[in-house]
Design a protein around this ligand. Structure first.
Ligand code: 2AM
Length: 482
């Protein structure tokens, strides 16, 4: 009997996804470049299950029901292109190649076009949730050849995480690279969420002088309130974890953050599309700063930190801190959605923002109760131009700002860095300010480069130049903008 789907790439994500598919009643054929891993899997975790091991791409493809679905979970980059070349000669019209790796969306756009040009279909899908997610139900974000979706929908939605009344955290995202784009934004938001939490941790530890047990209790409490989320939950767990000598494990870990680049991609995308994605960008930069260990070590010997002067009400400050985290989180998602909206226009994806919130609601690293509120906001108004203009979030940010401002002020006074909490607040203040000082900026540009400006008392699109010094010519700058 032919298998329902084929999977290439038996690293831990691949293995777990295969076991997940099989547990939902699908038969799976598997292949891996190093074929000994196929045998090991079939004899080990895959033993006695409806899983067929194969030892070549040809054998894999021939083991599948038509239209064939060949899914790759291999290292992003060249290996994906190499497998596409190996798979194509064995396909027939209507067959589908699926890339479930962490590919850059621009590669997915290119591959969709390429595979379609050969007469086949391509899906690039984000898969989030780590190893456990892959096994128990990940969040899945598929995009690519739309005509392929009806053929994989049943399998994808069966294996994906479910929330509330059984809603799958997987739906069609959009054409070509849309799925991997949404996965990229997910990862950027994940960087932001993690950074905000670490800033709260440092504030608790260094300003409020809290013990690890107290911090554990606080995050546990937060996880039962509006911040209820996977990342807050694991933070509570982590802070309670003691090393063999009884010391908090976290204290033993070197403070230099790693990254695989998806947060960086999100930041670069924001630059490309001109979107103020300040919180995620700060989070990426904060990781870079953490990685400059030696420079920081030198600087810490050169500069004295201000003495911590906080002597207020700790409990009240903790409520303020929660509001700071909550307010910044709203800003981060608002900025992320702002980028999604611009990308949707740029690439004609017609993204469904409520569905995206639902896909992130369970299974993935940023899963949280909060995402239900985002889903509600877009269900209420699918054309909502910005999350902060939704009544629910507007009210929440209004309420959060008092405590949030206090936290930033106390942090600044005490010399504790809160780059993301404060960048988000600065964004909020800029966003709600009717008149920004960009009028002066335009004047400067016109002064030194005759770049012209628009006037408050004339219609938009009419440009003016002032001869500021009396020495410049009347010629204005056009294409050449220095
Ligand atoms: P391997 O077991 O043969 O190394 C995650 O690393 C998955 O991607 C593994 O299944 C791994 O196969 C595969 N992979 C990594 N680099 C690859 C390459 N250059 N060509 C084919 N598969 C690769």
């Amino acid at each position: 009997k032919l298998a329902d789907i084929g999977l290439i790439g038996l690293a831990v994500m691949g293995e777990n996804l295969v076991l997940n598919m099989e547990s939902k009643g699908f038969s799976v054929a598997v292949y891996n470049r190093s074929t000994e891993k196929v045998d090991k899997f079939i004899e080990g975790r895959g033993a006695g299950k409806n899983i067929k091991g194969t030892h070549s791409v040809k054998e894999l493809v021939e083991a599948l029901q038509k239209p064939r679905k060949v899914m790759m979970l291999v290292k992003a980059g060249d290996p994906v292109d190499s497998f596409i070349e190996q798979i194509i000669p064995h396909l027939e019209e209507g067959d589908i190649i699926i890339d479930g790796g962490n590919s850059n969306f621009t590669d997915t756009i290119r591959r969709t076009e390429y595979v379609e040009s050969k007469g086949f279909q391509f899906i690039g899908t984000g898969v989030s949730g780590g190893e456990i997610g892959a096994l128990r139900g990940p969040s899945m974000m598929p995009g690519g050849s739309k005509s392929a979706w009806p053929h994989v929908k049943e399998i994808f939605q069966a294996v994906s995480a479910k929330v509330d009344d059984g809603m799958p955290c997987c739906d069609w995202v959009g054409a070509n690279g849309a799925g991997h784009y949404v996965k990229m934004i997910h990862n950027g938001i994940e960087y932001g969420d993690m950074q905000i939490i670490t800033e709260a941790y440092q504030f608790m530890k260094d300003v409020l002088g809290m013990s690890y047990d107290e911090m554990h209790q606080t995050f546990k409490k937060w996880n039962s309130e509006e911040l209820d989320s996977y990342l807050i939950e694991i933070t509570a767990d982590i802070l309670a974890y003691k090393d063999e000598d009884g010391e908090p494990m976290v204290e033993k870990i070197l403070d230099t953050a790693g990254q695989k680049g998806t947060g960086k991609w999100t930041g670069i995308e924001a630059m490309h599309l001109g979107v103020p994605l300040t919180l995620i960008a700060e989070s990426v930069f904060s990781r870079f700063l953490s990685a400059q260990l030696e420079l920081r070590d030198q600087a810490s010997q050169v500069f004295e930190a201000p003495a911590i002067t906080f002597d207020g009400d700790k409990e009240a400050m903790l409520e303020d801190l929660k509001m700071a985290v909550y307010g910044a989180k709203i800003i981060s998602y608002a900025q992320g959605y702002n980028l999604l909206m611009e990308a949707s226009k740029e690439h004609d994806w017609e993204l469904n923002y409520g569905d995206i919130a639902l896909m992130w609601r369970g299974g993935c690293i940023i899963r949280s109760a909060f995402l239900s509120d985002i889903k509600k906001a877009f269900d209420k108004n699918p054309g909502l131009p910005h999350l902060l203009l939704d009544d629910f979030f507007k009210e929440k940010v209004q309420k959060a700002q008092t405590g949030w401002r206090k936290v930033c002020a106390v942090a600044v006074t005490n010399g504790i860095p809160v780059p993301s909490l404060s960048a988000a607040l600065a964004y909020f203040d800029g966003f709600r300010t009717k008149r920004l000082p960009a009028n002066l900026l335009q004047a400067q540009r016109d002064y030194f480069g005759a770049h012209t400006y628009e006037r408050t008392d004339k219609t938009r699109g009419e440009f003016f130049h002032t001869n500021w010094t009396g020495e410049g010519a009347d010629t204005v700058s056009t294409a050449y903008n220095s």
